[in-house]
Design a protein around this ligand. Structure first.
Ligand code: HEM
Length: 230
């Protein structure tokens, strides 16, 4: 319109980093997840440990899908850089579930909610057929666990009396990540350097939104299973 568009202090428009695009694109859904009825009730201390257990069970199905693909994707140019052993959560979830579900038989009778089964199936499908989609699911879970996960751990310890960083909340404890803020910075650098063109990046963002939808659906089903008694 006028000269202001090319004024001396207008920075030449560097493209927005992918890590920023994906964060901004999922921001609204993140708020929805945080404020979902189930999460609010859980973190508000209004639900019993049975609800927390059921939630932890769902996580196990999702992380098993994410992490059983790790070996096959390690050398993949797109997904490979994201596979980092210090993130792995399956073993921690299994210790938590042994604590929450009465010991060595913790797997007995363990069934995913329908929304969880659909979520895990989609993760598996991406792992098999679309590394970019796998990155979307990887980001949505692990960067969240490194962030809000710490709030959930704190509330869980206080509400249900788990030992600090002990059995029941090991999922939230990343023993090998001593500086989560630095780790997240490094993770964002990986996102910014992802081997994908703009169209593929957009598809990854769309899949990230889908990942949030899956999480929302799991929360809805958990909310139905654990309604607050009026
Ligand atoms: C009550 C539940 C939750 C709380 C309190 C919470 C809290 C937070 C906080 C405080 C951050 C900011 C971290 C930072 O700026 O470095 C964050 C980031 C994030 N959360 Fe959550 N969160 C919750 C649920 C979820 C869920 C259900 C998901 C998806 C499964 C999720 C995915 C993410 C992701 C991907 C990020 C990283 C955003 C980025 O910097 O790129 N969060 N969360």
């Amino acid at each position: 319109m006028d000269a202001t568009a090319t004024a001396p202090h207008t920075p030449t428009s560097a493209p927005t980093p992918f890590s920023t695009l994906i964060r901004v694109a999922s921001h609204a859904q993140h708020t929805e997840a945080e404020t979902s009825t189930f999460m609010s009730d859980l973190l508000g201390g209004r639900l019993g440990v049975d609800a927390y257990t059921r939630y932890t069970e769902q996580l196990w199905f999702v992380y098993r899908a994410l992490e059983s693909a790790s070996e096959a994707l390690r050398d993949d140019p797109v997904a490979g850089p994201f596979i980092q052993p210090e993130l792995a959560r399956t073993a921690q979830l299994e210790r938590d579930l042994a604590h929450l579900r009465g010991g060595a038989d913790w797997r007995e009778g363990l069934v995913p909610l329908p929304a969880t089964a659909a979520y895990a199936a989609r993760v598996e499908e991406c792992a098999r057929t679309w590394p970019g989609g796998f990155v979307a699911h990887h980001y949505t879970r692990y960067l969240g666990d490194l962030s809000g996960g710490q709030i959930i751990r704190d509330r869980a310890e206080k509400t249900w009396g788990f030992e600090r960083k002990g059995d029941g909340v090991r999922f939230y404890v990343f023993e090998e990540i001593t500086n989560p803020a630095a780790f997240k910075r490094g993770y964002r650098e990986l996102l910014d350097a992802v081997a994908a063109d703009d169209l593929e990046k957009q598809r990854i963002i769309d899949e990230c939104k889908r990942a949030f939808d899956f999480n929302g659906a799991v929360f809805r089903e958990l909310g139905e299973e654990f309604p607050l008694s009026a």
